[in-house]
Design a protein around this ligand. Structure first.
Ligand code: PLP
Length: 406
C-alpha cells in the first residue's frame, strides 16, 4: 500500500485563512442580515489600471494573428519583461542586477516556497516570528523543519527570531548560525520596515557566516520613507548572499492575474562554489511552465509611463486607507504600528484578549473580519492584523465600528 509524504502530516492545525473563512461563513449563515466588512486577507479590491488592461487586450489580439501568435514562453521569462524589471526596479535605483538574473514566475508565493528546493536538506532556516506562513510550511513539507512542539507551537529545527514591541518588531541576529535567513520587508504581518543601515548589517552578517538571505520584497511599492531600502541589492555585498522575491500582486493588483519574479545573482555560490543561478534556472525549466505571454505583456505595462502614474495613484489609495485605520484606531486608544511603509496595521488586542478571542469579538460585535496575530507564529499572540486593501468606504466604516469597542 502506498504511503504519503509524512512531512505533510507535521503541518500544524488547519491553515489560518481557511479557519477564518469557516468562522465567517458560519457567522454569516446564522446572521444573513449582517453586513460583514473584510479586512482580513491581504487581497486587493481596486480594478486593474487602464494601461494594464490596454496591454492585455493588445496581447490577446496578437495571439489571434498568424504573424504575432506566441506558443510556449521562454522558461525564465520574455526578454522584454526581464529587461524592464532589471532597468526599472534595479538599475535605475543603482543596483547592479542584469536582466538574465531575473526569473519571471506566476507570483512570490510559489517562489518563496519553491526556492528551498535548491538547498541541502540539512540547511538550518531562520525566520521572523510572526512570519508569513509559507516560509515555514514549505520547509516542513521538505522535511527540513524537524518536529512540531504543540506547546511552544514551534518546529525543532527552525530558528525563530521574535519580533515584538520590545525590539520594535525588528529581529536580532540569532544565537545559532542559520544557513538560510528569511526576511520580509516591508513586513507581512507587522507592517514594520528596516533601514538601509540595518539591512546592510544583515548582509554583512550573512556574508560572514556563509548564509543566504531570502529577501521577500512583495510590498516594496508601499515604501514611503527615504531611508527604507526598496531592494536588498542596495546594500554592498548582497550579490554574494541574497536572493530577492517580488510580486506584481500588491503594487499592480495582479492577485487574479498572477505574476512575480525572483532575482538570483550570478555570484551567489555555495561552499563548493556551485552557483545558485544555474540551479534555479534548471528548476524553472523542469518544474515551471512560465507566465503566459498576455500576462507578461501586462507586467511590461506596469513600467510604462502611464502604468507608473496609474499605479502610484492605486498605491496611494490603499495607503490612505492605512492612514485611516492607523489614525482612527490610535485616536480611539488602540496600540497600533505598521501602516506607514506597508498596507498592514498591526494592533495589540485590548484587555489581554488572545488573538482569536479578539477575532471572535470583532466578528460578532461589530462584524469586522481581521487576521489573528497568533496565526503567524507564537510571537503574534496578543496581536491582530488589519489590511488596507479594502475599499475606502468600507475601511472608514470598519474603523468607526471598531471605535465603539473600547
Ligand atoms: N510574500 C508575502 C510576504 C506576501 O504577503 C504575499 C501575499 O500575501 C506573497 C508573498 C504572495 O505574493 P503573490 O501573490 O505574488 O504570490
Amino acid at each position: 500500500m502506498f504511503k504519503v509524504n509524512e512531512n505533510y502530516l507535521k503541518l500544524p492545525g488547519s491553515y489560518l485563512f481557511s479557519t477564518i473563512g469557516k468562522k465567517v461563513a458560519a457567522y454569516t449563515a446564522a446572521h444573513p442580515e449582517k453586513e460583514i466588512i473584510r479586512l482580513g486577507i491581504g487581497d486587493v479590491t481596486q480594478p486593474l489600471a487602464p494601461a494594464i488592461i490596454e496591454a492585455m487586450h493588445k496581447a490577446v489580439d496578437e495571439m489571434a494573428c498568424k504573424e504575432t501568435f506566441k506558443g510556449y514562453a521562454p522558461d525564465l521569462g520574455y526578454e522584454f519583461l526581464r529587461s524592464a524589471i532589471a532597468k526599472n526596479d534595479y538599475q535605475d535605483r543603482g543596483c547592479d542586477i542584469a536582466a538574465d538574473e531575473i526569473f519571471v514566475s506566476d507570483g512570490a508565493k510559489c517562489d518563496c516556497s519553491n526556492i528551498q528546493e535548491i538547498f541541502s536538506a540539512d540547511c538550518r532556516i531562520a525566520v521572523c516570528d510572526p512570519v508569513y506562513p509559507v516560509y515555514v510550511d514549505s520547509n516542513v513539507m521538505a522535511g527540513r523543519a524537524g518536529e512540531y512542539n504543540t506547546v511552544t507551537e514551534m518546529f525543532s529545527n527552525v530558528i525563530y527570531m521574535p519580533c515584538t514591541e520590545g525590539n520594535n518588531f525588528s529581529p536580532e541576529f540569532p544565537k545559532e548560525n542559520p544557513d538560510l535567513i528569511y526576511l520580509c520587508y516591508p513586513n507581512n504581518p507587522t507592517g514594520a520596515t528596516i533601514t538601509k543601515d540595518e539591512l546592510q548589517g544583515w548582509v554583512d552578517y550573512a556574508n560572514k557566516i556563509g548564509a543566504v538571505i531570502l529577501y521577500d520584497a512583495a510590498y516594496e511599492a508601499y515604501i514611503s520613507e527615504a531611508d527604507v531600502p526598496h531592494s536588498i541589492y542596495e546594500c554592498e555585498g548582497a550579490r554574494t548572499c541574497a536572493i530577492e522575491m517580488r510580486s506584481f500582486s500588491k503594487n499592480a493588483g495582479f492577485t487574479g492575474v498572477r505574476l512575480g519574479f525572483t532575482v538570483v545573482p550570478k555570484e551567489l555560490k555555495d561552499a563548493d562554489g556551485v552557483a545558485l543561478h544555474g540551479l534555479w534556472a534548471r528548476r524553472h525549466g523542469t518544474k515551471y511552465n512560465g507566465a503566459p505571454y498576455i500576462i507578461q505583456k501586462a507586467g511590461e505595462a506596469v513600467y510604462s509611463e502611464a502604468g507608473k502614474a496609474q499605479l502610484k495613484e492605486q498605491v496611494a489609495y490603499y495607503m490612505n486607507n492605512a492612514k485611516v485605520i492607523y489614525d482612527g484606531l490610535k485616536e480611539a486608544g488602540f496600540s497600533v504600528s505598521g501602516g506607514v511603509n506597508a498596507p498592514y496595521i498591526w494592533l495589540k488586542t485590548p484587555g489581554n484578549m488572545t488573538s482569536w478571542e479578539f477575532f471572535d469579538h470583532l466578528l460578532e460585535d461589530v462584524n469586522v473580519v481581521g487576521t489573528p496575530g497568533s496565526g503567524f507564529g507564537p510571537s503574534g499572540e496578543g496581536y491582530f492584523r488589519l489590511t488596507a486593501f479594502g475599499t475606502y468606504e468600507n475601511t472608514v466604516k470598519a474603523v468607526e465600528r471598531m471605535k465603539t469597542l473600547l
